[in-house]
Design a protein around this ligand. Sequence first.
Ligand SMILES: [Zn+2]
Length: 285
Amino acid sequence: MNDFDSIIKRITVTRLEPGDYTGEDGLLYCGKCRTPKQFRMEAPPLEGRLLPHPCRCEQERLDQEAAEQEARRHRQTVADLKRRGFTDPAMREWTFANDNGKCLRMKHARFYVENWPTMQEENIGYLLWGGVGTGKSYFAGCIANALMEQEVAVRMTNFALILNDLTASFEGRNEYIARLCRAPLLILDDFGMERGTEYGLEQVYNVIDSRYRSRRPLIVTTNLSLQDLQHPQDTAHARIYDRLLEMCAPIRFSGENFRKVTAQDKLARLKNLMELPALSPVADD
Ligand SMILES: [Zn+2]
């Protein structure tokens, strides 16, 4: 018997289960769903031969198995992306689902995710600027999480860590920057170089300029004001800020300091719990 025959013999064996029966057409039928478990070949060389075919309940089982396998693969991929993409596991919780709805800018984050193919194509990023505690990082984290859920590799980091890594590994500096630039979306949290050294500024420019030349989008959060960015103190800062403003659409974050509000809410709850008449007000940060 040649290979071809042995393959045919193997696949033509249909599993027989209790309740199965032969229909008027001569095919084997499933006793449960009453649909055929075989089909008849109509063309040579196997004309007339009965071959196995999943009945409806078997097909449903196979489909469900495939869907479960795909869901497991997706969960694993997303978990890997989040593990590699964030510098702090807490950022995995910065999602639209967990949003308290107080940030009026959040619609821009949703817009970015919904229009990601265009943002990627047109190389459009955001420059999220405004005071401390106004929700800029959370906003960026929501974009990162939502895109990672779609299996887009996002890297969310900050210059304190980048400069640390670059100083620690002089040898792999180019490869390190190249890796940052390969991410389809790069998010640089807490950007600001008021205290930057000359070496630090040079590395920051290297990263920003490499990202610019990679033609991939960048999102930056900063406590600097747009005025600071538009009127830099010297040329070293100017060339960095010019690049940022070319790549990123500025979005202003203003209003109340969410961290302070949260602290006040906690204090109010504590006050209720303890039935204390008065506690000293929360200091501004
Ligand atoms: Zn069946």
